[in-house]
Each structure stands twice: as C-alpha cells, then as structure tokens.
Design a protein around this ligand. Structure first.
Ligand SMILES: Cc1cc2nc3c(=O)[nH]c(=O)nc-3n(C[C@H](O)[C@H](O)[C@H](O)COP(=O)(O)OP(=O)(O)OC[C@H]3O[C@@H](n4cnc5c(N)ncnc54)[C@H](O)[C@@H]3O)c2cc1C
Length: 444
C-alpha cells in the first residue's frame, strides 16, 4: 500500500500529527519501535491487583487546549476529567497541611491569586511579593523578546531576583516548577516556568489552572483510539518497527530503512523521536549538532497498595521530602475501598536513579508518615518504575537548541515535546508540535 506520510514514533506527538494528517485526507503510516503505542506516556495492567499502572502519573491542566483537540478528534475527550475548582493540597515534612484553592466560580487567572492569598504557610509580605512574579508573566506575555533576558537564569536565580524568600520558593514555586519541568530550580532555566505560568494564568474554555486526570490508564486514553482512527482513515500502525536510517534521493528525504531490513517510501517523513533517539539517525548536520546539548532528567513512580485509606485528597504536593507528589488513585479512578492505591512521584530523580527499588521504597515508607494514618497501614503490594529518559533537562541555553516543529530539510519534518513550541516538554508541547508539523506537511 502507498502512503503519503511516514510518521515515526507513536507517542502523543506522533499520534496527534498522524490523526491530524489523516483528518485532512493524507494516507499515513505510523512506525513504532516498541510493541505498543504511547511512548513516554503509557499504561499496563498489574497482574496482582488487576489495576492499570501508568508509567508515571500524568497531570493535565485546563490550558492543554491542543491535547483536548486531539482527544476530541479520536473520540476520547470524555475520558479526561477536570476538577471543578483549583484545589491542590500540600503537606510538609512535619505533617503541616496547606491548600492552594479557590471557589468554584472563580476562573483563571484570579483563582491562582486567590489560592496564594489563602495559603497558610506564607506570610502576608511573601504573598504580596508573589505579585512581582505575576507582573513578570504579564511582561513576557506582552513582549516575547523578554524571554532572551530570562532564559540564561535558573529558576532559583530568577526568583531570588524577584525577592521571593526561600520559604515561598520551597512552599509554592519549587513544587510547581519541579512538577511542570521535571528539574530542580537550581538547574532549570526560568524560561520554562515563565512559559507554563503564562498558560496557567490565562483564560481558556476550561480554566487554565484546573487540574485534569485521565479516568483510565494512559494507554486506554488515546492509543487504541488513535490507531482505530487511522485505520478508518486509510492509515495504519506498524509495531516493533525500528527506524535505522533515512533514505535520501537528490538531497530530499523520501523514505526510511528499518533495522530488520524493510524499507518504506513516501512523499514526507515526520520524525517524532526524542533527541536521544533522533541523534542515532542520519539527519541534517545542523540539527544533529544541536542534539548534543540535550541531557535527560529522570522520573521515578512508585505504585503502592495499602490495606486502608491514608488520605482523602486527590493530589498532595509533598514539601521538604524526596517524593514530590502523592496521587490518590481511588479518588482519581473511582476505585472503591477499603484499601488505597497510591501513586507516588519523584521528579528530577537524578540521585534516586542509582538506588535499588527496595531502598527507594524505604524512603517512601518514612516520608508517608506525614499522613498520620500511614502508621497503622499495612502494605499489600508495590511496584516501582524508573524512567531514566523522562524529559530533557531544561537547562539555561537549551531553548536555542530546540528546532521549531515543522520542515527541517526537503521532505523531512520534526515534532516532539522537546521541539521549540514555546512550552516546556509536556504532553501539551508534544501535541502542539504534532499539530504544527502536520500543518506544515499539509501546506507543502
Ligand atoms: C513518568 C513521566 C511522567 C510525566 N508526567 C507528565 C505530566 O504529568 N504532564 C505532562 O504534560 N507531561 C508529563 N510527562 C511528559 C510526557 O510524557 C511527554 O512530554 C510526552 O509523552 C512526549 O511525547 P512525544 O510523542 O513527544 O515523545 P515519546 O512519547 O517519547 O514518543 C516517541 C516515540 O518514538 C519511538 N521511537 C524512538 N526511536 C524510534 C525508532 N528508531 N524507530 C521507531 N520508533 C522510535 C518511541 O518508542 C516512542 O514511542 C511525563 C513523562 C514521564 C516519563
């Protein structure tokens, strides 16, 4: 069968691009090296409990406009649920609780400011100082060239400059920054946080700062649906199909060679591989040399099943601990008690990556004592997933190295969360890049 476009990689970027192209009448073949779709956002069934496990809890926000467009195209938007109000619980290492929340009727960006004003862990002076960050976001919104001044600074340096005390950084900015950017405030460029805050503080059909959860395991949210959408639109997906090199004719890319010797040809090739896979291919030198600048930041996810519930809250940000977030899967997936299924996350897990799973479990057992009920709880089962290549580490200087999604040489197109979308490397960035690259193919 002849295809118009070969899309390499079956994650959010590849599937959003492929379905967008198919919607516009192109015949698309998706080539994925793994035996399943989903890339860095997938799920599988745990044989012991029968529950779905995500490779790491993924959080959506109302500002994920392109993601919702993609999910609605493939018929899965009803599988994403948004909170009806901004509500994020926090707990520090002494067990002290705090809450970033706003009344239901308050929409973005007022809900965030309201939430900050009501945080118990910040002094009035610190709350007033938060408005200086909000002013910076407005400045950035009005003048995108402002990015060049902010990008060389780390988050820590930028927040220090804006008079944010260590306390407000620890209790507000750092949990948000590490959750969004998957990197420490001492390492990550401030630009990513600024880009995210611009979205969080904007108005969207669903309020920008409200959190969203998949009602099902990640793979059940979009991979099957995207694959059947493609089949219905004269497209196809090939699994276990690893691309080894590009085929060039008269300096135009016209196909791909697979590791197993198969060859596919088409008018356009769209690569959606992350930088660490892309650099193995014979891509143009101009792109290849920039890829050396990309290092990775890991995420560790620990799924834990307890004999009793230790928290009613859907999401708890953990402060002054190694684990950053505790997600209550009973509440997110409506799983009946009496036990509890928790999903715990360590972002930027550079140090923990080297540790044995049992050692990481012991850290969790100590840190979960901030929930008083945990003392009485019995652990029934646990499962740890290390994602060493979770996201690129967004260090100062990296923005310049991100190619724009779209055509990079004749016949060759790029997309992926790491391309220059104006967003940090997230699902929304992946889908936005997929949509932009599809548009570029279509306008060729
Ligand atoms: C544990 C974890 C938690 C996260 N949490 C969040 C979150 O809460 N919110 C959020 O927005 N984002 C989150 N992210 C980031 C998000 O998952 C990614 O930004 C997004 O999935 C990237 O999609 P992508 O399509 O750009 O890349 P990928 O998903 O990496 O897709 C690329 C695909 O290409 C395939 N491939 C690679 N090489 C080849 C080859 N040679 N031939 C054929 N195929 C190949 C890969 O197998 C893969 O399927 C998280 C990531 C992880 C790992």
């Amino acid at each position: 069968m002849d295809f118009d476009v070969l899309v390499v990689g079956g994650g959010f970027a590849g599937l959003s691009a492929a379905t967008s192209l198919a919607q516009q009448g192109k015949k698309v073949l998706v080539l994925e090296k793994k035996p399943h779709l989903g890339g860095r956002a997938y799920s599988f069934t745990d044989p012991k409990t029968g529950h779905e496990i995500d490779n790491g809890q993924h959080l959506f926000i109302g500002a994920y406009v392109e993601t919702r467009k993609f999910l609605s195209r493939i018929g899965s938007s009803s599988l994403l649920r948004f909170s009806d109000q901004l509500k994020l619980h926090f707990r520090d290492s002494s067990g002290k609780e705090d809450l970033l929340s706003a009344p239901r009727l308050l929409s973005s960006p007022l809900d965030f400011s309201w939430g900050v004003l009501n945080l118990k862990g910040l002094s009035l002076k610190e709350k007033i100082a938060v408005s200086r960050v909000v002013q910076e976001v407005k400045k950035f919104k009005a003048d995108k060239n402002y990015a060049a001044q902010i990008e060389p600074l780390t988050i820590r340096q930028w927040l220090d400059k804006l008079g944010q005390t260590p306390n407000v950084q620890e209790r507000l900015w750092e949990p948000l920054a590490i959750g969004i950017l998957n990197e420490n405030a001492k390492i990550a460029s401030a630009l990513g946080l600024l880009q995210a805050l611009e979205k969080i503080l904007s108005k969207t059909p669903i309020d920008a700062a409200k959190t969203g959860y998949s009602k099902v395991g990640l793979s059940s949210l979009y991979t099957r649906q995207a694959s059947s959408y493609l089949q219905k639109h004269s497209g196809a997906v090939l699994y276990s199909s690893k691309i080894q090199s590009l085929i060039y004719e008269n300096e135009r890319v016209c196909g791909v060679n697979l590791e197993d010797g198969r060859q596919f040809r088409a008018s356009y090739v769209l690569l959606t591989l992350p930088p660490w896979d892309l650099k193995r291919l014979n891509i143009p030198e101009r792109i290849q040399k920039n890829l050396q600048a990309f290092s990775t930041s890991p995420i560790i996810g620990l799924s834990l099943w307890l004999d009793r519930s230790i928290t009613e809250n859907e999401t708890t940000g953990l402060i002054q601990t190694r684990f950053h977030w505790a997600f209550n899967k009973n509440s997110i997936w409506n799983i009946p008690g009496p036990g509890q299924y928790l999903s715990l996350v360590i972002s930027a897990a550079h140090d923990e990556l080297k540790k044995e799973p049992q050692e990481i479990l012991e850290i969790a057992k100590k840190e979960l004592l901030v929930f008083p009920e945990f003392k009485k709880a019995k652990m029934i089962h646990w499962r740890l997933i290390k994602e060493p290549f979770a996201t690129p580490s967004p260090k100062p200087g990296l923005e310049e190295m991100r190619p724009f999604p779209g055509e990079v040489s004749p016949g060759l197109f790029l997309a992926g969360d790491w391309t220059r979308t104006g967003l940090p490397a997230t699902i929304e960035s992946a889908v936005l890049s997929g949509h932009k690259a599809a548009e570029a193919v279509f306008n060729e």
